[in-house]
Design a protein around this ligand. Structure first.
Ligand code: PEP
Ligand code: MG
Length: 913
């Protein structure tokens, strides 16, 4: 095909024509965009466009799309096109409103708000009242006939603009404001009159000058450009980055900016502002839920300076507005076919909708709302199973607050760092926690409230029922430690001031002392005043069972649990586990009564002594296995032979050296010294520089075959014994850390020989399999060879990730935060499977293994087995099952069902974000 060269003017025209549309207008009953354009307009912008098109009362404005933000991130500025299109849209807005931005007798004022594709509540920045300056504030005062309102709006602008755009600390403004309140003996912000607010403005301007060496910008257009760019920058602030990481939102999306004509909720007693949900986001109950404040602007509701009123009260105060709001929000819910989270403002008795989006909700609410919506005919059962995020099912396994047990006053909302509920009395230090809690008896429930926790607080954290911090994120010390403890934690509740010296917690103008009761909801991050009741977990909740019953027919892969003791196995089975995918037998050796025998075994310097010590361990192991077989009657129990290096069972080298040195100095004749020296010698012999890559896994069983023999004997004797009780044992004996087929043949040979010996001795045979973990890259690559000897594979993706990346599992946290922060890695590969690298090895391993043995059973037992996205991957690569800790079994079941359903229904595994 011949190429024609266009004349230059044509090129220009074409380029101009095809140039990106950066700015989308909405107003006057129609919008350039629509509700489907979340990628470009963000959730808020798409919602505003959709509401405008639906004829709802939305203040007009325009959305600058996410492409401009991405451009800003690349070049630190936006292209001329963005500026041009923005000015055009502003002119359009001015024409529609019959006003000019910040000019004239009736100045146009706008809000400038962020809005990304997925909602990131409170993570990015907002500026209200933009367009006000020394002149327009006077016009506003005249026009509204309310100078107090005008000056209050102006001081808010300087404060927000100063903080967000000029990066002046909030506290610099707070100090001025608080001092003025004190000086005027004002209790509430609203007690300051126009004259006092004028003084505040003058002092705010000084704050700006002091921090920026410049004046607060008076030109409204300059204000707008600066505010827009600041909102773009806020996409990159630490809070936003952090939020994206924990919610799996890509850093590359960028935010849109919504510029919208201001409506005022603070014009007097016929004005107000509020937020709400079409159903209760904590419980899912079908009730109008939310709060509002009369004579206030949006930030007053959120900041908690004044206590908002329940939304139902609006019916009494302004019945018409209330009815209109109900009608609109009901329509919105029907339109979006999901629970809505909305914002509204009433200006002089007139209702305006500022936002609507699918509301965030707890796991309990997600399940309830999904079922209700099926019953109401709004969604299908297939859609309903995607309305619950698999991780949310964890909410059914931890205690919850009884929302009905008392009036709920939310003091602050922090990060939901560790789920569950905690109700207790405030303490401010770890020592106080120990004392108040009753010295180890945990008689009195206490909540440890700190600015942030440090390792020195551990003893207090242990006895507390919950932890609350005012600083720190989802990976802060408090968050990480409490999650490990399975304890409720709300972290980074920034609105709370913790004064450890004065032993006071200050929030919403209230002061809480040690001993005061508070309740924490670790699932939503709410800090609630007073003593609520807590409700026990409800894994057998009928609604949960309903959703699972809809979901499970789609599930193709099995879900097993990682459990080492019968109690956990029973628990896991109650959650629906279909067997044990990993029993780590070393946990049995670590038990207090077994360690001495283990040590004797390790210290033995000949095989005979070693066997004698192992013989003592045999009945203990056998009893453990019998318990597991009984708990999993009829289901597979995968038992892994001893994995960790032997020195882990011995005391620490440094501690021994100290003990010896002390004895030498104090009791040089002590007979204990000889034993200690022998022990130290053995510890030193066993010492390794890289134990994770050392004498562990099958390497132990190969160098000490008697260990494998003993374990195999304990397994088969247990299996035979329980089978005589009528239990059906299905043992799957798993050899760890295999790299070559010969290792597998060696260990498999021992297991099979011992099995035959036991069956002969006992006169009974039981079914069993011998297989391996695939946790080294080499094993995945030679899986076809290994499958000649292994009847099943279980991917140990913890070690496979460690050895594929060359990251130490135990030390990776030294580099991981930087890697995540820099975007070098998108996710923690130890939590979410790295599909490109580790995942590729898994794919290869399965393909090659099944080439040799088409019916090879394949599963996963690394941490990834309980992570929804990794479960989806396991489904896609054709595994037979995933295995995870008991508390993630429900999550894995739903994630596996969603993966199966999205295959079948050809829907994107879309979650309610
Ligand atoms: C693994 O490596 O993925 C695994 C399950 O084994 P462990 O975590 O015990 O090393
Ligand atoms: Mg491993």
């Amino acid at each position: 095909m011949a190429t024609t060269t266009l004349p230059e003017t044509e090129i220009e025209k074409t380029e101009r024509k095809s140039a990106t549309k950066y700015v989308y207008f909405f107003g006057g009953g129609k919008a350039d965009g629509n509700g489907k354009m979340k990628d470009e307009l963000g959730g808020k912008g798409a919602g505003l466009a959709e509401m405008t098109n639906a004829g709802l009362p939305v203040p007009p404005g325009f959305t600058i799309q996410t492409d401009a933000c991405r451009e800003y991130m690349r070049h630190n500025s936006v292209s001329k096109d963005v500026d041009k299109q923005m000015e055009e849209a502003l002119a359009h807005l001015e024409k529609l409103q019959g006003q000019k931005l910040g000019k004239g007798d009736n100045p146009l004022l706008v809000s400038v708000r962020s809005g990304a594709k997925f909602s990131m509540p409170g993570m990015m920045d907002t500026i209200l009242n933009l367009g006000l300056n020394d002149q327009s504030v006077e016009s506003l005062a005249k026009l509204s006939n309310n100078p107090r309102f005008a000056y209050d709006s102006y001081r808010r602008l300087i404060q927000m603009f100063g903080n967000v755009v000029l990066e002046i600390p909030k506290s610099a403004f707070d100090e001025v404001f608080d001092a003025k309140k004190k000086q005027k003996k004002a209790k509430l912000d609203t007690d300051l009159n126009a004259a006092a607010l004028k003084e505040v403005i003058a002092e705010y301007k000084k704050v700006v000058k002091k921090h920026t060496k410049g004046d607060f910008p008076q030109d409204p257009h300059e204000q707008l450009v600066m505010a827009r760019d600041a909102v773009f920058r806020s996409w990159q602030n630490d809070r936003a980055k952090h939020y994206r990481r924990i919610n799996n939102i890509s850093d590359d999306l960028g935010t849109a900016v919504n510029v919208q004509a201001m409506v005022f909720g603070n014009l007097g007693e016929t004005s107000g502002t509020g937020v709400g949900f079409t159903r209760n986001p904590a419980t899912g109950a079908k009730e109008f839920y939310g709060e509002f404040l009369l004579n206030a602007q949006g930030e007053d509701v959120v900041s908690g300076v004044r206590t908002p009123v329940h939304i139902l009260e609006l019916e009494k105060i302004m019945p018409e507005v209330y009815n209109q709001l109900r009608e609109i929000t009901t329509r919105l819910e029907k339109h979006y076919r999901d629970m809505q989270d909305f914002e509204f403002t009433i200006q002089d008795g007139r209702l305006y909708m500022l936002q609507t989006r699918n509301g965030k909700r707890t796991g309990l609410a997600a399940v309830k709302v999904a079922i209700q919506m099926v019953e109401e005919g709004l969604i299908s059962k297939e859609e309903a199973i995607f309305r619950v995020e698999p991780n949310q099912l964890y909410d059914f396994l931890v205690p919850r607050l009884d929302e009905k047990s008392a009036k709920i006053e939310v003091l602050a909302t922090g990060l939901p760092a560790s789920p569950g509920a905690a109700v207790g009395q405030i303490v401010f230090t770890a020592d106080e926690a120990v004392e108040k809690a009753g010295h180890g008896t945990k008689k009195n429930p206490v909540i440890l409230v700190r600015a942030e926790t440090t390792p020195e607080d551990i003893h207090g954290m242990e006895v507390a029922v919950g932890i609350l911090t005012s600083r720190g994120g989802m990976t802060s010390h408090a968050a990480v430690v409490t999650r490990g403890m399975g304890k409720c934690c709300v972290a980074g509740a920034g609105d709370i001031g913790v004064d450890e010296k004065a032993r006071e917690m200050r929030v919403k103008g209230q002061v809480f002392k040690g001993g005061d009761w508070i309740s924490l909801d670790g699932t939503t991050g709410r800090v609630i005043k007073g003593k609520l009741n807590s409700l026990p977990p409800k894994a057998d909740d009928p609604e949960l069972q309903t959703i699972l019953a809809w979901a499970e027919p789609f599930r193709k892969i099995g879900v097993r649990a990682n459990a080492d003791i019968p109690r956990d196995a029973i628990q896991a089975r109650a959650f629906g586990a279909e067997g044990i995918g990993l029993c780590r037998t070393e946990h049995m050796f670590f038990a207090e009564d077994r360690i001495p025998h283990m040590r004797t075994m390790i210290l033995a310097n000949n095989e005979k002594d070693r066997r004698a010590a192992l013989k003592k361990l045999l009945p203990m192991q056998r009893a453990d296995f019998m318990g597991l077989f009984r708990a999993m009657d009829g289901l597979p129990v995968t038992i892994r032979l001893l994995d960790p290096p032997l020195h882990e069972f011995l005391p620490k080298r440094e501690e021994l050296m100290v003990e010896i040195a002390v004895l030498e100095a104090t009791k040089p004749k002590s007979p204990k010294l000889k034993d200690l020296r022998t022990l130290l010698r053995r510890v030193e012999e066993l010492h390794e520089f890289n134990p994770m890559l050392g004498h562990r896994g099958c390497r132990l069983g190969i160098t000490y075959p008697e260990i494998t023999e003993m374990q195999a004997r304990a397994i088969f004797e247990a299996a035979v014994a329980v089978s005589k009780e009528g239990v059906k044992p299905h043992a799957e004996v798993m050899i760890p850390l295999i790299a070559t087929v010969k290792e597998m043949a060696h260990q498999g040979g021992i297991v099979r020989r011992v099995a035959e010996e036991v069956f002969k001795e006992k006169g009974t045979k039981v079914h069993y399999l011998v297989g391996t973990m695939i946790e080294l890259p080499r094993a995945a690559l030679v899986a076809d060879e290994i499958a000649k000897e292994a009847e099943f594979f279980s991917f140990g993706t913890n070690d496979l990730t460690q050895t594929t990346f060359g990251f130490s599992r135990d030390d990776v946290n030294k580099v991981l935060p930087t890697y995540l922060g820099e975007g070098i890695l998108k996710q923690d590969p130890f939590a979410v499977i790295d599909r490109d690298g580790v995942g590729e090895l898994v794919r290869i391993g399965i393909e090659r293994g099944r080439k040799t043995r088409p019916n090879l059973e394949v599963g996963i037992c690394g941490e990834h087995g309980g992570d929804p996205s990794s479960v989806e991957f396991c489904h896609q690569v054709g595994m037979d099952y995933v295995a995870c800790s008991p508390f993630r079994v429900l999550t894995a079941r739903l994630a596996a069902a969603q993966a199966g359903a999205s295959d079948k229904l050809k829907v994107e595994a879309g979650r309610t974000k």
